[in-house]
Design a protein. Structure first.
Lengths: 295, 134
């Protein structure tokens, strides 16, 4: 077949641009793109107009390969739209619809302008379809990459947030661990703990594992590493917050921690106070004793 | 060859490592320290390593060796001031140095040694030589 579909397509889009844009926007609105309230109508309109304009310019250059230089600005615009949608929390269907709903208005316009010449319509439809599929795929690819970036950033933030070292008293630190311990996190935990020991001149560090969902041999090994490193710095460690099920699993797995462990953070803190020569005394009790003395 | 000085303070010996350790220096330290413990009858050895930035498995093992030798000669070794990075390295090398006592700084390390000396004195078992040489 010798008919150049791209040529027909360029002509149609140039001639019928306002009509295509109108139909496209109507379809987008119908599809519910505005209903979620995440994007305003004016914004959607601008986006659609820019994309269509750039598509026309790119087609006018005579290129039909989406990877070529002529489509660079269109790729960028679509990437930008896709990325912002990923961050705004659009679903992948919504994002894909934005591009794919352009198909129908273009096909209609082709039907109007090339009325009667079936082979021309077929050729133009084929090239339009091929091109828009590529646009859609590109959009999805960028969308997915952006989503993965968001997830990656969140993972990192969680890792940073979930390893605080808290000062409970002079020379007593607490390290409440939350979430699964893997090698990467153990590294961060260990560094934080050791640095805090230096900064606070701590004698005792309490590692609270109430928030650790499972303790297997690997997690135990990681914990032991941190404890051994703290010992080398001259600080003792106490483990607290081992839940009953975890204690059972640990014994069944044959995991041995060989360190002082207490059921709750409170117990561990009491032990730490005792070891550093302190005691907690109830004020009321002291008052009673005093009154008894007077009697 | 330069050597690491060993200072005597009461019943304790104090070693501070201020230079980059290399293997020969460490071997010389082990030798000197052993001789010094034997000659002074010291009951405690304090090794201060806060300036030590780089350790390898050899240095780690030698620290363990020194502690073991001291124990044979009835002296307790306390390593103080280890940097976080050094501690992590030693653990990653699999050296837990379980035979060594540790403390965060010289003050606490000396308190640990002093506690042992006091205990011995209370029992009337303080080293005769250590006091004679004072």
């Amino acid at each position: 077949m010798e008919i150049d579909g791209t040529q027909v397509l360029v002509r149609t889009i140039t001639d019928e641009e306002p009509a295509i844009l109108m139909a496209w926007l109507a379809l987008l609105k119908e599809g519910g793109s505005l209903q979620t309230g995440r994007i305003r109508e004016a914004e959607l309109q601008t986006q659609a107009k820019v994309v269509l304009g750039q598509l026309r310019d790119a087609l006018a250059s005579g290129q039909s390969d989406f990877g070529s230089e002529a489509y660079a600005s269109l790729r960028e615009t679509l990437g930008e739209i896709s990325r912002s949608r990923a961050i705004q929390g659009f679903s992948s269907t919504d994002t894909a619809k934005f591009v794919f709903s352009l198909k129908e208005p273009i096909f209609e316009a082709l039907g109007r302008t090339q009325a009667g010449d079936a082979s021309l319509i077929a050729a133009a439809t084929r090239s339009a379809s091929r091109l828009l599929d590529r646009l859609g795929l590109h959009t999805m690819e960028v969308f997915q990459t952006s989503r993965e970036e968001v997830i990656g950033r969140q993972t990192q933030e969680i890792a940073e947030l979930s390893t605080p070292v808290v000062r409970l008293w002079d020379g007593i630190l607490a390290l409440p661990l939350i979430g699964t311990l893997d090698s990467a996190r153990t590294g961060v935990v260990m560094e934080n703990l050791l640095q805090a020991i230096v900064d606070e001149e701590a004698e005792i560090a309490i590692i609270d594992i109430t928030g650790v969902p499972t303790v297997d041999t690997l997690v135990a090994q990681h914990l032991l590493k941190a404890i051994a490193a703290a010992r080398l710095m001259g600080a003792d460690c106490i483990i607290s917050g081992i839940r009953p099920q975890i204690a059972q699993t640990m014994v069944h797995l044959g995991v041995e921690l060989n360190v002082v462990s207490k059921a709750t953070l409170a117990d561990a803190f009491a032990l730490a106070l005792r070891r550093t020569g302190r005691a907690v005394v109830r004020k009321q009790a002291a008052a009673t004793t005093a009154s008894e003395d007077r009697r | 060859m330069d050597r690491i000085p060993i200072l005597k303070l009461g019943g304790a010996l104090i070693v501070t490592i201020q230079v980059d350790m290399h293997d020969r220096l460490m071997l010389a330290l082990e030798e000197d320290l052993t001789a010094k413990i034997a000659s002074t009858g010291a009951r405690g050895v304090l090794i201060e390593i806060s300036a030590l930035e780089i350790v390898d498995s050899f240095i780690g093992r030698m620290l363990d060796n020194i502690a073991a030798i001291s124990r044979v000669l009835d002296a307790e070794t306390v390593v103080v001031g280890m940097r976080p990075a050094v501690a992590i390295t030693l653990i990653e090398l699999g050296l837990n140095l379980t035979g060594i006592k540790t403390a965060l700084n010289v003050e606490r390390g000396m308190a640990m040694i002093q506690a042992r000396l006091d205990e011995d004195d209370a029992d009337g078992l303080g080293s005769t030589r250590a006091h004679r040489e004072d």
